[in-house]
Each structure stands twice: as structure tokens, then as C-alpha cells.
Design a protein. Structure first.
Ligand code: AMP
Length: 193
């Protein structure tokens, strides 16, 4: 993996563990020689991740829509800052530049971005790993709900299991490196479980 795209909160969250996780991931990416692709903001967890990567000598590409340059305070110290015309362009470019995707704790922006790349993977549009850093169990309620979608026949277990989950960045990176995309059709036949 040459570059990994990270989705995460533009807010910092209540627990220091979230900031610590963003910092730890940034430092690890730099140490492993993996470039960071992210939303280009200098605020919240996004800013903490970018700063940690840069401080450890890593490469950071930020992609931000013009409309958010002021609101999310575009990070001016990045290796490469790209200002694009829309949210759609932002996500398309992030996906194109990256060999895998990670979500850290965040709000609906983070969720939207993660679910989009995961749904593309489920349809077979790409075979890149999609992963979740479950710091302090932040995502436990969502993971339970995702199991519920399988139990109720709306998602295959194989597609649910495509989302790699780990508590710590090192574990997550190891899982992403081992990942092989399943070759399973999305739609569930009647009577099949
Ligand atoms: P949040 O998790 O809500 O703090 O948002 C994290 C990041 O996702 C921020 O940089 C938001 O601008 C971004 N974001 C929110 N909605 C979208 C979207 N539809 N497409 C691309 N990025 C988005």
C-alpha cells in the first residue's frame, strides 16, 4: 500500500483517546512510508492526524472542496493540498489516489465517506481494503447494527466481514495488508441464508 485514505472527525470528540488514536496512526503511516490522503482540514481529529504524519516525516495529500477551505480551515503545511469543486470530486479523487481506506471516530461526514467506499467494494468496483479503527469501542453500536443487517437478510456475512476492524493502528494495518477482496455477488436469492 503506497497511500491510505483516512476519514475522521472534523471535530475532536470528547475523549483524549480519539486524538491519541489520530496521532498514533499518523506517526505509524509516516514510519511505514505510507502516504496519507485525507480531507485537507486543519481542525479536529483531521488536523491532529495530518500534523502527526508531517511531524514524523510523512507525505500528506489533502483534498478539500473550495466551499470548505475557510470553514474547515485548509491545512497550509501539507505536502500537497488540492482544492476541488465539490464533495463528489473530493471523494472521487481520494478514492483514486489511495490503496485502502480507514475510518477513525467521526460524525456523519466520516460515516458517509466510509459507507460509500465500502458499498463500492461490495459491488466489486474496487478491491481495496476498507477498515475501521474502533478506538475505545466508539463504533460498537454501529457494528451491532451491521450484524443486524446480516441477521435480517439485507447483507451477506461475507460483505459484512469486508469491513476490517481493529482497536489499534498496527493491528489495522496488518489486517489491511492481508486483505483479499471476496468474490461474492451482492444480491441474496430467495430462500438463501
Ligand atoms: P465529520 O465526521 O462530520 O466531522 O466530517 C468529516 C469530514 O467529512 C469533513 O471534512 C467533512 O467535510 C467531510 N464530509 C461530510 N460530508 C461529506 C460528503 N458528502 N462528501 C465528502 N466529504 C464529506
Amino acid at each position: 500500500m503506497r497511500r491510505i485514505c483516512v476519514f475522521l472527525g472534523s471535530n475532536g470528540g470528547r475523549r483524549t483517546a480519539y486524538m491519541d488514536a489520530a496521532t498514533a496512526l499518523g506517526t505509524l503511516l509516516a514510519r511505514e512510508g505510507i502516504g496519507l490522503v485525507y480531507g485537507g482540514a486543519s481542525v479536529g481529529l483531521m488536523g491532529a492526524l495530518a500534523n502527526a504524519t508531517l511531524e514524523a516525516g510523512g507525505e500528506v495529500t489533502g483534498i478539500i472542496p473550495q466551499r470548505l477551505v475557510e470553514k474547515e480551515i485548509a491545512h497550509r503545511g501539507l505536502s500537497d493540498l488540492r482544492v476541488v469543486g465539490s464533495m463528489h470530486e473530493r471523494k472521487a479523487l481520494m478514492a483514486e489516489l489511495s490503496d485502502g481506506f480507514v475510518a477513525l471516530p467521526g460524525g456523519i461526514g466520516t460515516l458517509e465517506e466510509l459507507f460509500e467506499v465500502w458499498t463500492w467494494a461490495q459491488l466489486g468496483s474496487h478491491g481495496k481494503p476498507c477498515a475501521l479503527l474502533n478506538t475505545d469501542g466508539y463504533y460498537d453500536p454501529m457494528l451491532s447494527f451491521l450484524d443486524h443487517t446480516v441477521e435480517e437478510g439485507f447483507m451477506r456475512r461475507a460483505h459484512r466481514d469486508m469491513l476490517l476492524v481493529a482497536q489499534y493502528p498496527e493491528q489495522l494495518l496488518a489486517r489491511m495488508r492481508d486483505y483479499r477482496a471476496p468474490n461474492v455477488i451482492k444480491w441474496i436469492e430467495r430462500g438463501e441464508r
